[in-house]
Design a protein. Structure first.
Length: 161
């Protein structure tokens, strides 16, 4: 059994919808307008340790749809997962938290956003595929540049909001 404690572990403990908000501040009058809406989508990633070897990873989508600078609807959804990660080097843990875990959580978020839009009476908003590897590398590069500019030494940034 002692050997089992040294094996690398990566397991999904739970996937869940952490937060969901839908707003239609200008309804019902804006629903009568015939203009084509403008859709703005923002994504945010978060990773928090919650116990030894246990991490919560969140992916948040904020979808703002406007007609002529008036909000038609706004959806904010935060999908989360709890992951067990043990006996893996810290640099690899950061990659798992920034790439693999969001890749597992994101399809659930896409489904939630599409479903909420449809249930609200609008065409579904289909979130595009995301390259979490590229996002992770870009965030690391920005963190390294900020650290170098501040003269604080090597990059120790993690993926957070």
């Amino acid at each position: 059994m002692a050997d089992d404690n040294k094996n690398p572990v990566f397991q999904i403990q739970r996937l869940y919808l952490k937060d969901l908000s839908l707003e239609q501040p200008n309804s019902p009058s804006i629903l009568l307008e015939q203009a084509t809406p403008h859709v703005d989508i923002n994504l945010a990633l978060g990773a928090e340790p919650i116990a030894d070897g246990i991490h919560e990873v969140t992916v948040t989508a904020t979808v703002t749809t406007k007609i002529n600078d008036r909000v038609l609807f706004l959806v904010e959804a935060k999908q989360a997962g709890i992951f067990e990660i043990r006996n893996i080097p810290q640099e690899q843990v950061q990659q798992i938290l920034g790439i693999a875990c969001p890749g597992i959580v994101y399809p659930y978020l896409r489904a939630v956003v599409s479903d909420v839009c449809t249930r609200a009476g609008f065409p579904p908003v289909l979130l595009t595929e995301v390259n979490f590897q590229a996002m992770f590398e870009q965030q690391r590069a920005h963190a390294a540049a900020a650290t170098a500019a501040a003269g604080n030494g090597p990059d120790t940034a993690a993926i957070t909001h």
